[in-house]
Design a protein around this ligand. Structure first.
Ligand code: ZN
Length: 299
């Protein structure tokens, strides 16, 4: 972004001597980049911003740099699927099926729950570079995203977790952030209580980020839980699409499909779902793809 300093950051934190761990995130520029790339409505900005923020932390939870995680929220509301992909460096990309949908506010809040829909599922696919990906799924709790991710961690991964996600939007993203606290196996009753009792102060995470930013938020929100910062990461919105990848995708569509494009459109225009970049292919280029596709089949 041109006129704003990018303060986005993610802190990986140990709490109470290792009884819990936390991921504290400032993701204002990440959410604004998503809004700008997809021309998102305010409600869609909040839904995707929250999902990207949670996904970013899940990316950082991965062990190996070749791995990735995809979180998709599929509710029965008008936004349709909200999807985010994250990598271990915290970088993310994502989209909303219907980016224009705007709903009336509920009180002074964007009605993300109604826009996503309260009936549906949250699916997490982790590509761990093994034979089969790991897939976890839970029914949506509210479509508000944070509660849905908390349910996913707690029910599907069996890690009791508290999740707060927030995006403050005017004509652009004013502030965005998140906090995920997860109890570790050795946690005792007293430590679980300490986290539960603090839940109320974690709710307005975007407001805290707007006022204090990442390190100030750490002080404001977690000091009483004896935080020890283990790592600071700078997550970004980043799409890794390229002409080469789009060519591969076209080839996987198969000979018939490519011949059909040549016949009916005399070329092809492919837009990346994640950044809306357009890739144009002339009739001639499609014929060349066809040749490499068929020679591959012969091999
Ligand atoms: Zn792209």
């Amino acid at each position: 972004m041109d006129d704003t300093i990018n303060r986005d950051g993610l802190l990986r934190i140990s709490l109470m001597g290792g009884a819990a761990r936390a991921f504290l995130m400032e993701t204002t520029c990440m959410a604004e980049e998503a809004r700008r790339l997809h021309s998102l409505s305010k409600t869609a900005t909040a839904a995707l911003g929250r999902t990207l923020t949670a996904a970013s932390a899940m990316g950082v939870m991965l062990k190996d740099e070749s791995q990735s995680v995809t979180a998709s929220v599929q509710g029965d509301g008008p936004l349709g699927t909200v999807l985010a992909v994250a990598k271990p460096d915290g970088s993310v990309k994502g989209y909303v099926a219907n980016p224009d949908v705007e709903l009336p506010r509920r009180g002074n809040k964007l009605d993300v729950g109604a826009a996503v829909g309260r009936n549906g599922k949250l699916t997490v696919v982790k590509d761990l570079r093994m034979k089969d990906p790991y897939v976890g799924q839970v029914a949506l709790v509210s479509g508000e995203i944070a509660e849905d991710f908390a349910m996913y961690f707690t029910a599907s991964e069996q890690i009791p977790s508290l999740v707060s996600l927030g995006v403050l939007v005017s004509s652009r993203v004013e502030a965005a952030g998140g906090l995920i606290i997860q109890m570790m196996p050795g946690a005792g009753e007293a430590e679980i209580k300490s986290v539960e009792n603090s839940a109320g102060m974690f709710m307005n995470i975007s407001g805290v980020m707007q006022e204090y930013h990442l390190h100030g938020a750490l002080e404001q929100l977690l000091t009483h839980l004896e935080p020890e910062v283990l790592e600071e990461i700078h997550p970004r919105y980043r799409c890794d699409c390229s002409r080469e990848r789009v060519e591969k995708m076209l080839i996987t569509l198969g000979e018939e499909e490519i011949r059909d494009m040549i016949r009916t459109q005399h070329g092809a225009e492919v837009n990346c779902h994640f950044c809306n970049k357009g890739y144009r292919f002339t009739e001639q280029e499609l014929f060349e793809l066809l040749r490499s596709a068929t020679s591959r089949e012969d091999a």
